[in-house]
Design a protein around this ligand. Structure first.
Ligand code: 6PG
Length: 256
């Protein structure tokens, strides 16, 4: 894997640095193309980042009217369900910023999982001006988290989606969760211009070391599948999550 690792003292400084990275990538994208196409991660880690981005003094840091919000994955629950990734982002970020409703591209999880996945393909095609058979959409930035089992987005160990080489979106039943998920596949995630993993907490220390320094075994550690063709792969990790990483400096490039 090629990329950079940055370790921060705690989750607050991690969120602060991630917010500034998000804004800098967004500003560059808007300058270059007139818009910022970003896919958010789910779970709990990005909450602090979203809250940081929504603070009034940062609201002028980006032309939010030119930002298009997507998700890397979603739980197959209603959009107002407590565990919805969309709901979390709406409550911590979207409701506080002048992002046009048409620029918020959530998974239609009120539909059956496979239908929601197909609809999202259409949403991607329309948003990126692509058609069936086109190369995959290339996000300006994809945010990703890391689960304790090495999953990212909803790419869970041992699931068929890990071997997907063509489809952009997949619906999958995750046995261990006894729940359906919809997710972007590595086809789209690795077409991104920039990928930022955010990982926080001592509970992730073991899996961080396995993913970044261990043997390559993506069937068990799906986060190892993420290697954008741009090679812009960044890991922002707080100290507790980096506890088992022996880094000589606070930032280094590694070629595992
Ligand atoms: C989800 C996420 C998932 C998440 C990791 C980490 O829908 O849950 O997309 O991939 O990023 O499970 O979750 P935490 O940030 O809650 O540890």
């Amino acid at each position: 894997m090629k990329g950079t690792i940055r370790v921060f003292p705690d989750r607050e400084t991690l969120a602060f640095a991630a917010a500034h990275y998000f804004l800098s990538v967004g500003q560059a994208a808007i300058m270059h193309t007139g818009r910022f196409m970003v896919a958010l991660s789910g779970g709990s880690t990005p909450r602090l980042l979203f809250q940081r981005l929504a603070v009034p003094r940062l609201q002028d840091a980006l032309e939010w009217e030119r930002v298009h919000i997507f998700w890397g994955d979603e739980r197959c629950v209603l959009p107002d369900a407590p565990e919805s990734n969309f709901r979390m982002a709406r409550e911590t970020l979207i409701d506080y910023l002048p992002i046009p409703e048409a620029n918020v591209h959530r998974f239609m999880t009120e539909l059956a999982p496979k239908e929601a996945a197909l609809k999202y393909v259409e949403e991607l095609q329309t948003s990126f001006g692509l058609s069936a058979g086109s190369p995959p959409p290339s996000f300006d930035l994809v945010l990703l988290g890391l689960g304790g089992d090495g999953h990212t987005a909803s790419l869970f160990p041992g699931t068929d989606v890990l071997g997907e080489l063509e489809q952009w979106v997949a619906a999958l039943y995750v046995e261990k969760l006894a729940a359906w998920r919809v997710t972007l596949t590595p086809v789209v995630l690795n077409a991104s211009k920039d990928v930022l993993f955010l990982v926080s907490g001592r509970g992730k220390a073991k899996v961080v070391k396995e993913v970044l320094c261990g043997v390559r075994r993506p069937e068990d550690l799906p986060a190892q599948l993420i290697q954008p063709v741009s090679n812009n792969l960044h890991w922002f990790i707080d100290s507790p999550a980096a506890e088992e990483l022996f880094l000589r400096s606070k930032e280094r490039r590694w070629h595992g």
